[in-house]
Design a protein around this ligand. Structure first.
Ligand SMILES: Cc1cc2nc3c(=O)[nH]c(=O)nc-3n(C[C@H](O)[C@H](O)[C@H](O)COP(=O)(O)O)c2cc1C
Length: 201
């Protein structure tokens, strides 16, 4: 990255463009991200999730989850969460503080559900909740679906377990790795506009 591109507005524009690209490009390294929250033991917890949507105007990042998973009740209790992205190719790390909310059985969820593939819907068909104990190693899905994808009718049963987590960004910590000297820039949303400060990496 040459010095001409080291302008906060250009960096922010590139961040948005990469997130938009990563929603549709499964090979983009930002297609997979790491979501952290405070769990019920008041401890930080992190897991991998898939970037399903990003709406620039709303500054919202979306991923899908099972309504019965632990993170859902935890987010309802404490909505201050954290997202982490890293791309080796871009030599860039993004850390974001977000306010998260859970959507289920509403317009946002229905629109997202309609776009899901049958194989993805299968994840929402387990009989017991994610994280619940099992006597045997199993995905908890009916044996009749072993190795196959559910048909449309069967897949619809998963909708009652389907939730969308919407994460509103309020801070971005951008880190760019370069042999020319790493660069770090912090963006904070204040009165609907982004203020930025350079930091020592
Ligand atoms: C590559 C990959 C992608 C994943 N994508 C998601 C996802 O989009 N949503 C999700 O809830 N869990 C996803 N998981 C599973 C989570 O990492 C996690 O194990 C699960 O959601 C249970 O988390 P919890 O018990 O903390 O709620 C993914 C795991 C991997 C390895």
């Amino acid at each position: 990255m040459d010095n001409n591109n080291l302008k906060p507005e250009i960096i922010l524009e590139k961040i948005w463009a990469n997130l938009e690209k990563a929603v549709v490009d499964r090979k983009h390294e930002y297609h997979q991200l790491y979501f952290s929250n405070i769990n019920k033991e008041s401890m930080p917890d992190t897991r991998t999730v898939i970037l399903r949507n990003f709406i620039r105007d709303k500054k919202n990042i979306y991923f899908h989850t099972d309504l019965r998973s632990n993170k859902v009740s935890e987010i309802k209790k404490n909505d201050k969460c954290f997202l982490l992205f890293y791309s080796q190719k871009l030599k860039e790390q993004l850390r974001m503080t977000v306010v998260s909310s859970i959507h289920y059985n509403d317009d946002i969820t229905l629109e997202a559900w309609k776009k899901t593939r049958l194989m993805s819907r299968k994840c929402y068909l387990s009989n017991n909740a994610p994280g619940s104990l099992s006597e045997i190693p199993t995905d908890g899905i009916d044996l009749s679906l072993k190795g196959i994808e559910p048909d449309e009718k069967e897949s619809e049963k998963g909708y009652s377990n389907f939730a969308v987590v919407v994460n509103k960004i309020n801070m971005i910590d951008w880190l760019y790795l370069s042999s020319n000297g790493h660069k770090r820039l912090a963006f904070e949303l204040k009165n609907q506009s982004w203020k930025s400060n350079w930091k020592i990496p």
